[in-house]
Design a protein around this ligand. Structure first.
Ligand code: NDP
Length: 328
């Protein structure tokens, strides 16, 4: 049995691709993932209130949003498998996808939506205050009342850190940027926007080593990376902006990736360098990284896959593949 379409991953990109592909009667098989990304549903499963997803005027809980997308995918005939993909072979056609439970599926087309994981420091106390003061997404969580007119800290010195820190000045009275070295990696333009900004305090050679609080975060302990001295910083928020790791380990030797490990897509499409394989969501996007942009590219990938399959008369689901050429 060869499937028309296999979708790997179950964040907003994966489920949106599944909804569109389901409605196009491709009966997509979706590997939701089990432990690879923590839990099925992607990063929104560990978010609380999502206030910027259109259509929810009062906001929506991240897990609730994902549950709704999952239900919608099921309603349109997606076949969901809660298992991690552990190997793929894109050198053979139909493509081969193997899961941890030793399921092997052959597919005429594949959409990869495995996302990216925000790096964390895993400080002592971090789990307790995750979503109660600690976050890895200013745009998602900055408007939380916890941070209104409060002092907060952002860890990192790249473009993400500066961008998130600038965004947080809308809510916080003061933003402490904790930089482990004596320089920012962020672009000069971004740097200029925070130097001399009255709401910023840059702490050079500073690394958080633990967090403390009661019901919510109250302080961060910081070590001076030069002297080893330790000091407490009173803050209500700690935002990690120390980079993301795209979940592309499975595809490293098979698809073209950029220097940071994100899957390269072509032009305005979600096409990868292998015809018949598309990538959507954060696994191919290190700039926007929003649920809505992930969902948007999931939609694009499903439409592109459906057209590609139709052009090659490889759809509907049953029947022998008649692929003649891989020429783009
Ligand atoms: P980067 O890898 O550029 O920066 C990561 C930052 O986090 C660095 O300052 C790094 O310090 C610091 N860091 C890493 N690990 C630790 C740690 N364990 N403890 C403390 N600090 C740590 O990641 P970004 O997410 O900022 O950017 C990724 C890519 O996306 C870049 O190419 C960036 O230009 C791009 N981007 C572009 C944007 C835009 O154009 N608007 C917005 C956001 C990102 P150190 O320098 O010492 O290694």
């Amino acid at each position: 049995m060869v499937e028309d379409l296999v979708i790997i991953g179950s964040g907003p990109a994966g489920y949106t691709a599944a909804i569109y592909a389901g409605r196009a009667q491709l009966k997509p098989v979706v590997f939701e993932g089990f432990s690879a990304g923590g839990i099925p549903g992607g990063q929104l499963m560990t978010t609380t209130e999502v206030e910027n997803y259109p259509g929810f005027a009062e906001g929506v809980q991240g897990p609730k949003l994902m549950q709704q997308m999952r239900q919608q995918a099921l309603r349109w005939g997606a076949r969901l498998i809660t298992d991690d993909v552990i190997a793929v072979d894109f050198t053979q056609y139909p493509f081969l996808i193997a899961s941890a439970d030793l399921l092997e599926v052959k597919a005429r087309a594949v959409i990869i939506c495995t996302g990216a994981t925000a790096k964390r420091l895993h400080l002592p106390g971090e789990e307790k205050f995750w979503n109660n003061g600690i976050s890895a997404c200013a745009i998602c969580d900055g408007a939380n009342p916890l941070f209104a007119n409060a002092d907060i800290a952002v860890v990192g010195g790249g473009d993400s850190a500066v961008e998130e820190a600038l965004y947080l000045t809308k809510y916080a009275s003061k933003v402490h940027l904790l930089v482990r070295s004596d320089r920012l990696r962020a672009s000069k333009t971004m740097q200029e926007r925070i130097f001399n900004h009255s709401q910023f305090h840059i702490h050079w050679h500073s690394l958080p080593i633990s967090v403390d609080g009661d019901e919510v975060l109250r302080s961060v302990q910081i070590r001076d990376t030069q002297t080893g001295g330790v000091a407490d910083l009173t803050v209500s928020g700690l935002f990690y902006a120390i980079g993301h790791t795209p979940n592309t380990q499975l595809f490293q030797d098979q698809l073209e990736l950029d220097e940071a490990g994100y899957i390269k897509t072509q032009g305005k499409s979600t096409a990868t360098n292998i015809p018949g394989i598309w990538a959507a969501g954060d696994v191919q996007d290190h700039v926007y990284r929003q649920a809505i942009t992930a969902a948007g590219t999931g939609c694009m990938a499903a439409l592109e896959a459906e057209r590609w399959l139709s052009e090659r008369q490889l759809s509907p689901a049953d029947g022998t593949p008649t692929l003649v050429s891989f020429a783009a």
